[in-house]
Design a protein around this ligand. Structure first.
Ligand code: ADP
Ligand code: ADP
Ligand code: ZN
Ligand code: ZN
Length: 854
């Protein structure tokens, strides 16, 4: 039997029986869930779906698994991870597929995640055609070290055995242009002749070192001896000298040892190592970039590229979209080169091609056929990444497993959702149970079973309103979900009649990714939805071309864009592309002058540390801290507003330093966070907590939900206004102090929007939103859309990348891209008012919109 799942825990009635679940807001739930079925968990945001599906059912399976593999660790992990539930019987081992925003390693690609790369390398190694004299058979008799035909590592640009030696496997060569390192050679070094040096202290340091080395740093640069100029600009030596800095006003400067680095070395080193996008961009401006002439950008060395299958090298194969790769491999099976292989290797070719074909079918079946093997996962959308993982699971051959999926339809066009449903049914057909947390009506309609939680969010939710076959949910009067089921789907908030645009923002000659010379017009003062199947080009058009054109126009006066504050160079949604070859260009833009401001509201997390939370991010905590500092007790003790910040030493708990939790390090196991034993999660020291407002401490306020705080702080501005907005947008259930790292992408996006909404209007703003409704219950979509329509009514322009049909129907204008993905997409196939599109449009969006509007 499976580890940790003896007969007594696996029932024979096909049910997973949950008793007394009280995790988060769950109200002592007893619920029987069917195994071997597709079960959808639904309910408004915050009703408790994830608390039941993930924090209870999945967490319990995980907990039992850990106990069984590491019995000695039981003592350590028991309190930490056991979910709050009386008992669960009939529980199979579980695998979770959660939303992911980042993918870890930057080297990870579609091919590495799906294992297609591995199989391809084995195919080339074992069943490739080698040049005469180099075939495994011919080498068999020779000295073993030469004899080894290339092993599969030799086909990877990420290994020493495979990488092109000229470009170290990068495919491109970057060369520093020495002339560019000097800005104005009539200036002296002291006055800033060298443009390429870093700013601030480091630049001064290099200058002072040169002075110690005897270089005249006060003479115009061009008057220095040529040899000296050449040396100081390009040397690879790193001389160390004692620097005696000139005393600067009010600063005591002591001699120190300084090491020189020439501007060329600095540029190369920075380009190769920095994670800060703006530093990388600065370094890149002193270099030229070209395709590596040795490997022609293929990244592999000549020995690897000599090996072919059906006449193609492995670099060509990994650059093909998966659909083309599948066709190529099918043709390779009967290709003369394959037929000419010795029988043993011919057999290996057949076996490997069959395995690859199955893996590729799973990926193509989920609508990912337009991706190439070599595509980095960092450049994929969350929806693409999740389907990639799902396809990999489909091929894993596991059965008897419970898969728990978070919002698998998020980011999917209705047409892609059909493919997803087929994949889920296959997973079930292979003998597994599939639990999905979902809102999408299409998925609910196709599920075998629905568990509806509610009726509201937070403490107004946490009950099971319905647990049964999908078709019967409609008859549950208290279910908010039931109200939105087709055919009686209510219309989403929108203007009574389409708005008349105040002008147009037009882009011509948009080129990049799968867009070629595309033109598109966006109505100003209106709400536009950009639609199309996954991979059709929506993000390229909106997130790259439109955002880029507006930004470029705003900085057209020659000023570079402001550098992001954030150390790692990630400004909100505006980070320059990390890959310099990844370019999207716009030939010309019209109407850009009407836009005063650009705001990109995406689903990226609002903070990476547990210290940032809803209250700190929206700024409402500032007024809470001022409020506490103004209390008589605080004045008497001399506590200022900063004392009430858990980031400041005076006020916070000395044990957990204001985190409220301490981490418990477990050997071989993920680090667990446990409540701080000193402050019990309050984050503050006792003296801070003696200050009270209406009998509550600052820690009590952080523990309140938005809804509670709204009542408690109704007289405190601007906190009250921010809290109203948060509640209006459907986030009333969130706790003020809930750490930003536990917020979902959809919650983070709505919080960003609130931070935007509560500011005073500043001119005409263009808002770009990436799938704002993904992960939202239709009731929450209505709240969100109500707020978005307000922004448009106030005169702003909104452009959404969107799949939700109710939202698309409530837009003033639709730009539909397609008809397909990748090379089969990238064109505007229809544009106009949603009704007109549904009436006459061709293509998948018009088709689904028509069904929706009927
Ligand atoms: P749903 O999945 O239906 O959106 P959740 O199960 O995530 O809802 O949340 C249900 C309730 O539990 C909400 O009030 C939410 O704020 C709370 N909650 C969720 N996660 C946590 C957590 N890690 N710690 C404390 N409360 C949480
Ligand atoms: P959508 O937003 O409609 O899903 P995208 O704009 O993300 O579509 O993608 C359009 C096409 O461009 C797809 O073929 C996709 O594979 C390709 N693409 C997107 N981003 C990148 C990238 N960073 N590098 C290479 N190709 C990309
Ligand atoms: Zn090369
Ligand atoms: Zn503490």
């Amino acid at each position: 039997s499976t580890p940790g799942h003896d007969e007594s825990t696996v029932g024979h009635d096909g049910l997973i029986k949950v008793r007394g679940a009280t995790e988060h807001n769950l109200r002592r739930l007893d619920v029987d869930l069917p195994r071997d079925r597709v079960v959808a968990f639904t309910g408004v945001s915050g009703s408790g779906k994830s608390s039941l599906a993930f924090a209870t059912v999945y967490a319990e399976a995980q907990h039992r698994y850990l106990e069984s593999v590491a019995p000695y660790a039981r003592r350590l992990i028991d309190q930490g991870t056991a979910p709050k539930v009386g008992s669960i019987t009939g529980l199979p081992p579980a695998v979770a597929l959660r939303q992911q925003h980042s993918s870890g390693s930057s080297r990870s690609t579609v091919g590495t995640v799906s294992r297609v790369s591995n199989l391809l390398r084995m195919l080339y190694s074992r069943a490739g055609s080698y040049p005469p004299g180099r075939t495994p058979e011919e080498l068999a008799g020779t000295f073993p070290r030469d004899a080894a035909p290339l092993d599969s590592d030799a086909f990877s640009p990420n290994t020493a055995a495979g990488a092109c030696p000229s470009c170290a496997g990068l495919g491109r060569l970057h060369t520093v242009v020495v002339d560019r390192l000097v800005g104005d050679d009539s200036l002296s070094i002291r006055d800033g002749a060298i443009a390429a040096w870093p700013g601030a202290w480091q630049g001064k340091n290099y200058r002072d070192i040169l002075a110690e080395l005897g270089v005249d740093i006060d003479a115009p640069f061009r008057t220095l001896p040529a040899a000296s100029r050449e040396w100081l600009l390009t040397t690879e030596e790193q001389p160390t000298v004692t620097v005696h800095p000139v005393r600067e006003a009010h600063r005591i400067t002591r001699p120190y040892k300084g090491t020189y680095q020439s501007p060329r070395s600095w540029v190369l080193h920075t380009f190769a190592t920095t994670k800060a996008a703006h530093l990388r961009a600065k370094a890149a401006s002193f270099m030229t970039e070209e395709t590596c002439p040795a490997c022609h950008g293929k990244r592999l060395n000549a020995r690897a590229l000599e090996v072919t299958v059906a006449g193609r090298d492995i670099a060509a194969a990994t650059a093909m979209p998966l659909t083309r790769l599948a066709a190529f491999l099918r043709s390779a099976r009967t290709h003369p080169d394959t037929a000419a292989l010795p029988p043993e290797r011919r057999q290996a070719a057949r076996t490997l091609i069959t395995g690859l074909g199955e893996q590729l079918d799973a990926l193509i079946g989920l609508g990912l056929g337009y991706l190439a093997t070599a595509r980095t996962t960092a450049s994929l959308s969350a929806g693409e990444l999740r389907r990639l993982h799902l396809a990999t699971q489909l091929r894993s051959g596991l059965f008897g497993v419970l898969y728990v999926l978070d919002e698998p339809s998020a980011g999917l066009h209705a047409a892609d959702t059909e493919l997803l449903l087929t994949a889920l049914r296959r997973l079930k057909g292979a003998g597994n149970s599939v639990f999905v947390v979902e809102h999408n009506a299409q998925v609910l309609g196709a599920a075998d079973w629905v568990v509806d939680l509610g009726p509201g969010a937070g403490r107004h939710g946490g009950q099971v309103l319905f647990n049964g076959p999908a078709g019967q949910l409609r008859q549950v009067p208290e279910s908010v979900t039931a109200r939105y089921l087709p055919p009686s789907t209510p219309v989403a908030p929108g203007p009574d009649r389409p708005r008349t645009p105040r002008g147009w923002l037009r882009l011509t000659g948009v080129t990049g990714h799968n867009l070629h010379e595309l033109s598109a017009g966006f109505p100003l003062g209106a709400l536009t939805a950009v639609t199309g199947v996954s991979g059709s080009g929506k993000s390229t058009l909106v997130g790259r071309a439109l955002a880029g054109a507006v930004r470029a126009h705003q900085h057209a006066d020659g000023e570079p864009p402001p550098l992001p504050d954030d150390e790692d160079g990630e400004e909100d949604g505006g980070a320059p592309a990390a890959d310099p070859a990844d370019r999207v260009t716009v030939r010309s833009g019209e109407g850009l002058q009407h836009i005063d401001r650009l705001v990109v509201v995406d689903q990226k997390p609002i903070g990476r540390t547990p210290r940032s939370n809803l209250a700190t991010y929206t700024g409402l905590f500032d007024s809470v801290r001022k409020l506490f500092a103004a209390q008589p007790e605080a004045r008497r003790l001399g506590h200022t507003a900063s004392r009430f910040s858990f980031n400041v030493a005076q006020g916070r708990c000395p044990n957990c330093l204001g985190d409220g939790v301490v981490s418990v390090e477990l050997l071989f196991l993920p680090t667990e966070a446990a409540p701080c034993p000193v402050c019990h999660g309050a984050r503050y020291n006792p003296e801070t907590l003696t200050v009270r407002y209406r009998d509550r401490s600052v820690a009590d306020v952080l523990a309140m939900s938005v809804e509670e705080a709204r009542e408690f702080l109704h007289e405190v501005q601007p906190a009250a206004r921010i809290l109203d907005l948060l509640a209006d947008i459907g986030l009333g259930y969130l706790t003020l102090g809930q750490s930003a790292t536990t917020l979902s992408g959809g919650e983070a996006q709505r919080i960003k929007l609130v931070s935007e909404l509560h500011r005073a209007p500043r001119g005409h703003t263009l808002y770009l939103l990436d799938e704002p409704t993904s992960g939202l219950h239709p009731a929450d979509v209505d709240l969100l859309l109500g707020q978005l329509q307000r922004l448009v009514d106030a005169g702003n322009t909104l452009v959404l990348v969107e799949h939700d049909l109710r939202t698309i129907a409530a837009a003033d204008w639709v730009i539909d891209l397609g008809p397909g993905a990748g090379d089969e997409g990238g064109r505007v196939i229809a544009e106009g008012h949603p009704r007109d599109l549904a009436g006459q449009g061709a293509g998948p969006t018009a088709h689904h919109l028509r069904r929706h509007l009927d």
